[in-house]
Design a binder for this molecule. Structure first.
Ligand code: A3D
Length: 320
């Protein structure tokens, strides 16, 4: 049986980490595309040279030409530019929307049957732009954010309670950004919902509120520490988990930016919600019941995402 093919559009910090993790997990052969000549080739060769030591078999290639992604089963998109000093929010939207259009057209041409995971920020708008530009069905184009935000939540909770991260489950809904909605009621330690842990005296509501605030600020916390870039290990790990769920038809329930067509009362927009990922891509949107305050927070987040998406489509005529 031929190996699966994983294509990475963008070979920067996350792209390189994705290539290494995909190799370590033996997900298949790996192709890296980047506009910076030498970077994708160099990273592919470096990781190929690590394979004998780490003990995995994968064919690694890198190129400045899009045909390297030909026939990919999974495409993970991290291409784009970060916001630079002096760059407005609209400037960033316009630049990265153009990158999504180019990537979308290339995917349509070279890998039209792929499952596509977008990581480029601003996430919820960029995944929508890429889906539009590629013309791929919405169930095969998702955005990575919720798995990362939930992983941050799980890490902070495990640290707080001094228990294994494996025994902590956490859910985050909504857009990727400060309006995200970490769901305390649906987050558990050893199967026990967090509000019950407050009743049991393990923690306090105030402490949980502080943890929730830290989750919302999780991306900025890393940027402040690194100073020269944003998080890349955890974002890459999160996207690999999504790719694996698809390639192995695992039917994982993962929070992803998925296209909503009426679910949660939202139509025609990508927003972070729990979905089932299996061989058909997004096989189902899981609609959990929200209480009044969760509904209000989710609605606020959806509004923020809609403004970003509208602005992106206004700024990039090719999406029209
Ligand atoms: P970085 O190391 O800058 O890599 C981006 C790569 O994209 C660079 O190698 C560029 O050369 C390349 N690139 C630029 N334009 C193009 C193009 N037109 N075609 C192909 N490649 C191009 O960034 P990174 O890897 O740290 O982050 C990548 C993206 O992920 C950024 O947009 C981040 O903001 C975003 N990100 C999202 C999350 C989420 O949770 C959603 C978390 C962390 C980072």
């Amino acid at each position: 049986m031929a190996r699966n093919r994983i294509a990475l559009i963008g070979g920067g910090q996350i792209g390189g980490t994705l290539a290494l993790l995909a190799g370590l997990r033996e997900l298949g052969d790996i192709a890296i595309f980047d506009i910076l000549d030498g970077i994708p080739q160099g990273k592919a060769l470096d990781i190929a040279e690590a394979a004998p030591v780490l003990g995995f078999d994968a064919d690694l290639s890198g190129a400045k030409s899009y045909d390297v992604i030909r026939g990919a089963d999974v495409v993970i998109v991290t291409a784009g530019v970060p916001r630079k000093p002096g760059m407005s929010r609209d400037d960033l939207l316009a630049v990265n929307a153009k990158v999504m259009v180019a990537a979308g057209h290339a995917i349509k041409r070279y890998a039209p049957h792929a499952f596509v995971i977008v990581i480029t920020n601003p996430l919820d708008a960029m995944v929508f732009a890429l889906q539009k530009a590629s013309g791929l069905p919405a169930n095969r184009v998702v955005g990575m954010a919720g798995v990362l935000d939930s992983a941050r939540f799980r890490h902070f909770l495990a640290d707080e309670f001094k228990v294994s991260v494996e025994d902590v489950g956490a859910f985050v809904l909504g857009g990727h950004g400060d309006t995200m909605v970490p769901l305390v009621r649906y987050s558990t330690v050893g199967g026990i919902p967090l509000p019950d842990l407050v009743k049991m005296g393990w923690t306090t509501r105030k402490r949980l509120d502080e943890i929730v605030a830290r989750v919302r600020n999780g991306g900025a916390e890393i940027v402040d520490l690194l100073k020269t870039g944003s998080a890349f290990y955890a974002p890459a790990a999160a996207a690999i988990e999504m790719a694996e769920a698809y390639l192995k038809d695992k039917k994982r329930i993962l929070p992803c930016a998925a296209y909503l067509d009426g679910q949660y009362g939202v139509k025609g927009l990508y927003v972070g919600v729990p979905v089932v990922i299996g061989a058909d891509g997004v096989e189902k949107v899981v609609e959990i019941t929200l209480n009044a305050s969760e509904k209000a927070a989710f609605a606020k987040s959806v509004d923020a995402v809609r403004v970003l998406a509208d602005d992106t489509f206004r700024l990039e005529p090719a999406l029209g």
